[in-house]
Design a protein around this ligand. Structure first.
Ligand SMILES: Nc1ncnc2c1ncn2[C@@H]1O[C@H](COP(=O)(O)OP(=O)(O)OP(=O)(O)O)[C@@H](O)[C@H]1O
Ligand SMILES: [Zn+2]
Length: 705
């Protein structure tokens, strides 16, 4: 935000349909003081960036649209919203439909006309209030939304003396709106449920030595927090005392509880098992993984899928054309085709009802949000509807080795030390460098040396992505990492033969150099993750070509690729090599994706058409760079994403064809003069309902392999 600007966040209960979004957009977008608008329809939230001090004018502008914006204070948690339509509304709507039916029956049985009129008037009165109010506001803002169209249609029918028709239109519309609102609530709650996982209060140890309850939002980093058996964990932290199995499914999607003991990490939103735990918080609530996920999911809902953008453009053209057509029909119909003027006005009204693009407009966001919620439940953090919609197009997938195909927990196998060189110095220096890095290779060394040696004090520590780590001691430089980075001197015959032996076993190597001279080498071996072969077979069934791109030595990479059943593999790649290869593949192999876990993958991830990050629990890089973060480290989530994307696409196509198809059929019927007005309403709201319910299918059932 720049100086002189202000952000106002509003919760607007009435803003539950794209129709209202349009209304607000029209009102505020022309305003020079309003800099940017961000709609979160599913949360019924609007963020307005405006010049400082203009907030109250924004609020009153929205109030003039007949809505009640409520200010959201910083730090307010996204809360589950009350369903927008209660039992009372349902009773009213059902009575209205019943009365309207009775009026239709009465008209058919030729009851006295006053009886038919009274029944109709009551039905309209029961349901028409809000429709007329919203419709009038829309009309005065020169907007033809569904409420405006319905108001005109019902008024027109009354003026034509078609009382039962008018009652039927109004009550059917109200009924459908009711069901639609309830269905939307369901999709909304699925997302809200994800966001409202952390408890509001946690038990914190204070300076006076007491435990007391405190809002999770106000707990500072480094506090000691206690969590009771069965309770939700409120903040990210590290276990200090106690042991318990913790269900991390809400964060990672993995269904089995994980044992947590002293030193293990805990994540806000997960559920404690049978033991009591005390943990030290790492960061504040807003810095927790859960809060960051919540932000991503919210942002994901805003980035529009291509289909949605098409729909937006379509409806911008479609509604004015049909509305204009209706007007033309009413005015010119009697002249051109004969018939009474009233007949043609009626036809025009039917056309107006059909003109509503509602079904089309809501068909995509509900589907996308439902799919996002389902993905999140499976431990997939998708950063935008766009990515989910495109995943089905995957032709090529580059995978890195360490941490993606392998477990990323290598173990030291053997070490080689230059003849006559003091072993103790090697070990102490290796430990000093390795213990400062979180690269899997360094971690393997650090683990094996931990406790056995003490680290030498070093200065100027530095990590070079895809190469290694370095530092100085007494002015001499020490390096730990890949060979090509730390030395160009020829290797001794002894080291070469030692290397050969371990290369055949598929080991990876890390070298230690003093002033660019190799003084030691370490062979480490990592295990391939279980189930990788099955995932690869699955991917090839889905028509995806897989290739390993790794920074590790080619022999080790080939070894792992063979085990995993991946035919293509390249090793010895620098981060910029990975980037170059991905750039080429996006041109030659079609839609190209990349999955990786380290900072050495970041440039390539950013370049790929679609990027997955593994092990999001470990590295921030994953959440920041990748389009889709796989929280639970499970590669099977990639074919899962492709299938979910295919389902999403099917639903979107079904929705759009149903919405347009139904409209076209009734358009034809209306022009032929066969469609009555309530049939048109049925078609419009029926289509809306159909697409909403169809979209909600994405909330259920997981796509199976
Ligand atoms: N921090 C580090 N500590 C020790 N060695 C490192 C470090 N960073 C890189 N290396 C060395 O450089 C090589 C390449 O590292 P890079 O991170 O690019 O790939 P990788 O993790 O081995 O494999 P992948 O690309 O499959 O994840 C490693 O195999 C290792 O030998
Ligand atoms: Zn509609």
């Amino acid at each position: 935000m720049q100086a002189g600007q202000e952000l106002t966040r509003l919760r607007i209960e009435q803003m539950d349909c794209p129709v209202e979004e349009q209304l607000i957009r029209k009102k505020l977008e022309g305003d020079a003081q309003v800099i940017a608008l961000q709609f979160h329809l599913m949360q019924r939230q609007l963020d307005v960036l405006h010049t400082a001090g203009y907030g109250s004018q924004v609020v009153s502008a929205i109030q003039r649209l007949g809505m009640d914006p409520v200010l959201i204070q910083a730090g307010d948690q996204p809360k589950t919203l009350k369903p927008s339509h209660g039992k009372k509304t349902l009773v009213m709507v059902i009575s209205a439909v019943f009365l309207a039916l009775l009026a239709e029956l009465g008209a058919w049985l030729v009851w006295p006309s006053w009886m038919v009129i009274v029944l109709s008037v009551i039905a309209i009165a029961l349901t028409g209030g809000t429709v007329y109010k919203k419709g009038l506001i829309a009309l005065t803002n020169r907007n033809l939304n569904i409420n405006a169209l319905m108001s005109i249609a019902v008024t027109g029918a009354v003026l034509l003396g078609e009382w039962p028709e008018a009652a039927m239109v109004m009550s059917l519309f109200a009924l459908a709106e009711y069901i639609e609102a309830r269905s939307l609530d369901r999709a909304r709650r699925a997302v809200d449920g994800l966001l409202a996982l952390a408890p509001d209060e946690v038990e914190v140890f204070d300076e006076q030595g007491h435990w007391h309850l405190q809002p999770a939002q106000t707990v500072t980093a480094g506090s000691l927090v206690k969590v009771k058996p069965g309770a939700r964990i409120g903040l990210d932290g590290v276990v200090q005392a106690g042991s318990s199995t913790v269900n991390q499914a809400p964060i990672t999607g993995e269904s089995l509880p994980v044992l947590k003991q002293s030193g293990d990490r805990l994540y806000a939103g997960s559920i404690n098992g049978m033991g009591e735990l005390q943990y030290r918080t790492q960061g504040t609530y807003d810095e927790s993984l859960l809060a960051r996920i919540a932000i991503s999911v919210q942002q994901a809902q805003q980035s529009k899928a291509p289909v949605q953008r098409f729909v937006d453009r379509f409806s911008q053209v479609y509604t004015p054309i049909v509305t204009f057509g209706a007007l033309a029909l009413a005015l010119l119909g009697p002249w051109l085709f004969g018939g009474t003027w009233l007949d043609w006005v009626y036809k025009a009204l039917v056309l107006l009802v059909i003109a509503c693009p509602c079904a089309l407009v809501i068909s995509t966001p509900v589907a996308v949000v439902s799919a996002l919620a389902t993905a999140a439940k499976a431990g997939l953090l998708v950063k935008g509807g766009l990515h989910l919609e495109r995943a089905r197009r995957l032709d090529y997938l580059a995978v890195d080795k360490t941490g993606t195909i392998t477990a990323g927990m290598p173990v030291l196998q053997d070490q080689w030390v230059a003849p006559a060189y003091p072993l103790e110095t090697v070990e102490q220096m290796a430990y000093a460098l390795a213990s400062r890095s979180d690269h899997p290779a360094s971690q393997a060394l650090a683990r094996s040396l931990e406790g056995a040696v003490s680290a030498l004090p070093v200065k100027d520590f530095q990590a070079v992505a895809g190469a290694g780590v370095m530092a100085t001691q007494n002015g001499v430089s020490w390096q730990l990492g890949r060979l090509s980075w730390l030395s160009h001197a020829p290797l001794s015959a002894d080291l070469i033969s030692w290397q050969k032996t371990w290369q055949q076993a598929g080991a990876s190597f890390v070298y230690l150099a003093k002033a660019q001279q190799v003084v030691a080498a370490f062979a480490i071996a990592d295990q391939i993750k279980s189930g990788v072969q099955a995932v690869m077979a699955d991917l090839s069934r889905l028509g995806v070509k897989v290739e390993v791109l790794s920074g590790d030595n080619s022999a080790a990479v080939q070894h792992v690729a063979n085990q995993a059943g991946i035919p293509l593999a390249q090793g010895d790649l620098l981060p910029e090599d990975k980037l170059r290869i991905i750039t080429e593949r996006t041109q030659t192999e079609g839609f190209s994706a990349m999955v990786g876990d380290g900072i050495n993958d970041a440039p390539a991830l950013a370049k790929a058409d679609l990027s997955f990050a593994m092990g999001a629990l470990g590295s921030d890089m994953a959440i920041e760079t990748a389009d889709i973060a796989i929280m639970n480290d499970d590669l099977a989530n990639i074919p899962y994403t492709i299938r979910l994307s295919q389902r999403l696409h099917r639903v979107l196509v079904q929705n759009i064809s149903a919405a347009i198809g139904i409209k076209l059929v009734f358009l034809a019927l209306a022009i032929a003069g066969v469609a009555t007005m309530w049939m048109a309403v049925f078609a419009d709201v029926g289509a809306s309902l159909l697409v909403v319910l169809n979209s909600l299918r994405l909330l259920k059932s997981t796509p199976s392999a």
